[in-house]
Design a protein around this ligand. Structure first.
Ligand SMILES: *[C@@H]1O[C@H](CO)[C@@H](O)[C@H](O)[C@H]1NC(C)=O
Ligand SMILES: *[C@@H]1O[C@H](CO)[C@@H](O)[C@H](O)[C@H]1NC(C)=O
Ligand SMILES: *[C@@H]1O[C@H](CO)[C@@H](O)[C@H](O)[C@H]1NC(C)=O
Ligand SMILES: *[C@@H]1O[C@H](CO)[C@@H](O)[C@H](O)[C@H]1NC(C)=O
Ligand SMILES: *[C@@H]1O[C@H](CO)[C@@H](O)[C@H](O)[C@H]1NC(C)=O
Ligand SMILES: *[C@@H]1O[C@H](CO)[C@@H](O)[C@H](O)[C@H]1NC(C)=O
Ligand SMILES: *[C@@H]1O[C@H](CO)[C@@H](O)[C@H](O)[C@H]1NC(C)=O
Length: 489
């Protein structure tokens, strides 16, 4: 066979593989709580999210990190934050640091599998040099911002603009998510463009980490007005933000449908961490919130929908004695998505496990029965904590985080349970009997405590030094026409 014919054969073979690969839309909501969606809380209007969740598979034991940067690093690299120097907190705009560059990111592997790769939304994995940014880490296109949060209307953080179309500074003309009145929208409009222009003979990967519903608490009035019944203004606006997010998601599925792609698309939805009680997020009845290793900070609202799911309309939950059979952790998304994309079995050398065989077939698996919530070796700002899950048991060592009570839905004016109890240095919970972490068993179950402490110590050997958060004056956007811009580390 001559080289040309061989090349054609390879092309044909690769086409066969490629044609089986689904389009994948990976949606990440920001700071969305356990109880902030309509399918759990009837006070929230989120028909599109509810439809996808109920007709797909709700992942009822899906875990993430307590804050943004570490979760996003886990999603894209398959590594725990404590092995990436990202265990302490988020990357701030003036830090000369980013997620380790020596790791293969999810879109890089998907490109090798023939995917077109696009990103719309929030990066938050560092931006001090171009090599840290999305279009250098596997994305063909990028539309969004590099830092952790910003104003929804003027796209500024600390008075300077952070918004790009690929590498070019730009500024969308309206609310980040969707403006119902003006029928103008930034991210949903871009998603529609990406989907419409996509060459359908190729599989598409769209990473869509929305700005919503992170603070600042801002939303076009029409969304707030949908919640006139709520007395609490912050919660009213926050709920409107969830509905704006939901509309944008509806816009994306509409676009996929219009372009004949929806039936071949796998949609994955997760939050990056729990809701923040300070900013009207809600995780009730789970304990704690964003920044804590309690379930309210780490047990994610998450579901999958669409192509490849053999048992839709189900909930991924359940256990056999102490073995939790349907659990997934943030580090698992990278290998799981690669497998869904046709990239084979387990990715070697990472922390993530391939959960796709279990999720796609809807069958139990004990593969993921242990994980690390976090190993934070700092004193500030998270103040140091370690937590591990083994089967139904969870051990927390040290300060679990500032929100350590149970914050019931703010729309319910009569709800009471809000106490911030003082906790012991060790907290041991059996989450099967006590998913809301009320009963500390550490004095009662000494042998379990010992076993879990020992396991935690083994993991601690792998902690790498945290990345630098030292403010670098060279980051000053005044050096770059007022835009937060890479190129100073
Ligand atoms: C999901 O988890 C919650 C909280 O532990 C529990 O109350 C609920 O029954 C679970 N749902 C299913 C279908 O297992
Ligand atoms: C990659 O970076 C991480 C985090 O800085 C480090 O722990 C690891 O040793 C590096 N790996 C290689 C192969 O250099
Ligand atoms: C933003 O600019 C305003 C007015 O110039 C100033 O008062 C404020 O301190 C600035 N905020 C930050 C975070 O720099
Ligand atoms: C952006 O909007 C916020 C909130 O309305 C405001 O505080 C800030 O000063 C604005 N920044 C600029 C640069 O317009
Ligand atoms: C779409 O991709 C196929 C295969 O790579 C190519 O042959 C075709 O020309 C492309 N179509 C357009 C409109 O670019
Ligand atoms: C986006 O969603 C809004 C609200 O449902 C709707 O009014 C608008 O027509 C949608 N736009 C597109 C392009 O789907
Ligand atoms: C409000 O909270 C109380 C106490 O938790 C509960 O008994 C009541 O059913 C809740 N009401 C609504 C409307 O959710």
């Amino acid at each position: 066979m001559d080289v040309f014919a061989y090349g054609l054969l390879l092309l044909t073979l690769s086409k066969c593989v490629v044609s089986k690969s689904p389009h994948i839309v990976f949606i990440v909501a920001d700071d969305l709580g356990w109880n902030d969606v309509g399918f759990r809380n009837p006070a929230i209007i989120s028909p599109n999210i509810d439809y996808l969740a109920k007709n797909g598979m709700i992942l009822n034991n899906s875990y993430v990190q307590p804050v943004c940067t570490p979760s996003r690093n886990a999603f894209l690299s398959g590594f725990y934050p404590f092995k990436s120097g990202l265990q302490n907190f988020v990357i701030v705009p003036w830090a000369p640091s980013c997620a380790p560059l020596n790791r293969t990111f999810l879109p890089q592997t998907l490109k090798e599998l023939g995917y077109a790769t696009h990103m719309i939304g929030k990066w938050h994995l560092g931006m001090c040099k171009w090599e840290c940014t999305p279009t250098y880490r596997g994305f063909d296109t990028f539309y969004g911002y590099y830092n952790g949060k910003e104003d929804y209307f003027n796209y500024t953080i600390f008075n300077h603009t952070d918004f790009r179309d690929n590498k070019e500074p730009t500024r969308p003309y309206d609310y980040s998510t969707f403006n119902f009145v003006a029928n103008k929208y930034a991210y949903a409009r871009r998603a529609d463009k990406v989907i419409t222009q996509h060459n359908k003979s190729q599989p598409m990967f769209l990473y869509l980490p929305f700005q919503s519903v992170h603070e600042p608490i801002e939303v076009p009035e029409i969304y707030e007005n949908m919640y006139k019944n709520l007395k609490n203004e912050g919660r009213r606006k926050f709920s409107g933000m969830v509905t704006a997010l939901d509309d944008a998601i509806g816009n994306v599925t509409d676009s996929l449908k219009r372009n004949g792609m929806l039936k071949d698309t796998l949609i994955i939805f997760t939050t990056d961490n729990g809701g923040s009680p300070t900013y009207f997020g809600n995780n009730y009845p789970l304990r704690g919130g964003k920044t804590t290793v309690y379930e309210g900070g780490t047990r994610a609202t998450s579901f999958v929908y669409g192509s490849g799911l053999q048992k839709p309309n189900t909930v991924f939950d359940g256990r056999l004695f102490v073995i939790v059979l349907r659990m997934i952790h943030a580090v698992d998304w990278m290998p799981t998505i690669i497998s869904a994309a046709g990239g084979g079995g387990q990715v070697r050398g990472i922390d993530g496990l391939n959960m796709w065989p279990s999720i796609s077939k809807g069958v139990p698996s004990s593969l993921r029965s242990e994980f690390i919530y976090n190993l934070d070796d700092s004193l500030v700002p998270m103040m140091g904590h370690a937590a591990i899950r083994m089967g139904d048991y969870k051990l927390i060592e040290g300060f679990a985080g500032v929100y350590n009570g149970w914050y019931s839905v703010p729309e319910n004016e009569t709800a009471t349970e809000k106490d911030d109890p003082k906790e012991d240095y060790y907290q041991l919970y059996n989450l099967r009997d006590d998913p809301t972490e009320h009963n500390n068993l550490y004095t009662k179950e000494r042998s379990m405590l010992k076993k879990m402490k020992e396991r935690l110590e083994e993991y601690k050997k792998y902690i790498v030094p945290p990345v630098s958060m030292k403010p670098d004056p060279a980051s000053n956007p005044n050096n770059y026409n007022g835009y937060w811009t890479p190129g100073w580390c």
